[in-house]
Design a protein around this ligand. Structure first.
Ligand code: PGA
Length: 246
C-alpha cells in the first residue's frame, strides 16, 4: 500500500498581494525535487495570482474554505467551481477556526466536502479535539463524530478521494505539538474508522509543525504529511518541512 505524501501550507488571513506573489515564487526552487506533493492555500483574493505564478511548477494551489452550495444567490460565499476556475486543486474544509469562530457544524463541513468533490476539487477535511475534550477523555468520541459526519455523505469508494487532517485544536498556533504517540494513536483510530474506504486515504497532521519536529511526526506509520500554518509563511521553513517528508 502506498500513499502519496502531501504537505499543505495554510496561509490563513495573512499577507498582502505582493507578499503572496513573493512567497510563492520563492518557494518553487526550494521544493524542486522533493518527493512529496506540495500545496499552498493563499487567501481568496490572491488565488488567481498565485495559481498563475505556480502554473509551470509542481506546487499546487488550494483555497481555505468554500460554499456548500452551487453558484447562486449566496452573498459573500465562494463556490467550489469558482475555485477550480481560479486554478485550485484543493480546498480546506472544516478547519477548527471555521468550526469554532464561525460555528460550522460537522454536517455543514460534510456539505462543503461534497460540493468540492462535485466540482472536481480535493477537500482537505480537518478534524480534532479541544483541550477540554481531551482532558475529559472524549477525544475519540469527538473525532468519530467529525469523521462519521463525512462518511454519512459519501460512498466508501468516494472517501478515498478526500484528504483528512488531524489538527488537535490545542496544538494549532500555540507552539505546543501533540506528542508523536498522541498523533499516531489518533491517526490509527481514524484510519480504523475509514477502513472501509481502503488503505490509500491520506491523513495529515497539523498543529505547530516546524522544521525541527516535522521529520519525527512524518515518520509515523499513519501520518501521510502535514497541514502547516505559521511555518508556511516563511519559504525556508516550509521548504524544510516539505524536505522532511522526503
Ligand atoms: P499552525 O497551524 O501550524 O500555525 O499550528 C496549523 C493549522 O491551523 O492548519
Amino acid at each position: 500500500m502506498s500513499r502519496q505524501p502531501l504537505v499543505v501550507g495554510n496561509w490563513k488571513m495573512n499577507g498582502r498581494r505582493a507578499e503572496a506573489r513573493r512567497l510563492s515564487a520563492a518557494l518553487v526552487p526550494l521544493v524542486k525535487g522533493v518527493a512529496t506533493e506540495v500545496v499552498v492555500c493563499p487567501p481568496f483574493p490572491y488565488l488567481i495570482d498565485v495559481a498563475d505564478q505556480l502554473q509551470s511548477s509542481l506546487v499546487k494551489v488550494g483555497a481555505q474554505n468554500c460554499s456548500d452550495h452551487a453558484p447562486g444567490a449566496f452573498t459573500g460565499e465562494v463556490a467550489a467551481e469558482m475555485l477550480v476556475d481560479a486554478g485550485c486543486h484543493y480546498v480546506i474544509v472544516g478547519h477548527s477556526e471555521r468550526r469554532t469562530l464561525y460555528q460550522e457544524a460537522s454536517s455543514l463541513v460534510a456539505g462543503k466536502a461534497q460540493a468540492a468533490i462535485a466540482a472536481g476539487l480535493v477537500p482537505i477535511v480537518c478534524f480534532g479535539e479541544t483541550l477540554e475534550e481531551r482532558e475529559a477523555g472524549t477525544t475519540e468520541k469527538v473525532l468519530a463524530e467529525q469523521v462519521t459526519a463525512i462518511q454519512r455523505q459519501f460512498e466508501p469508494a468516494l472517501i478515498e478521494k478526500l484528504v483528512f487532517a488531524y489538527e488537535p485544536v490545542w496544538a494549532i498556533g500555540t507552539g505546543v505539538t501533540a506528542s508523536p504517540e498522541q498523533v499516531e494513536v489518533a491517526h490509527r483510530f481514524v484510519r480504523g474508522l475509514l477502513a472501509e474506504a481502503g488503505e490509500t486515504v491520506r491523513i495529515l497532521y497539523g498543529g505547530s509543525v516546524k522544521p525541527g519536529n516535522a521529520a519525527e511526526l512524518f515518520s509515523l506509520e499513519n501520518v501521510d504529511g502535514g497541514l502547516i500554518g505559521g511555518a508556511s509563511l516563511d519559504e525556508q521553513s516550509f521548504a524544510a518541512i516539505c524536505q522532511a517528508m522526503g
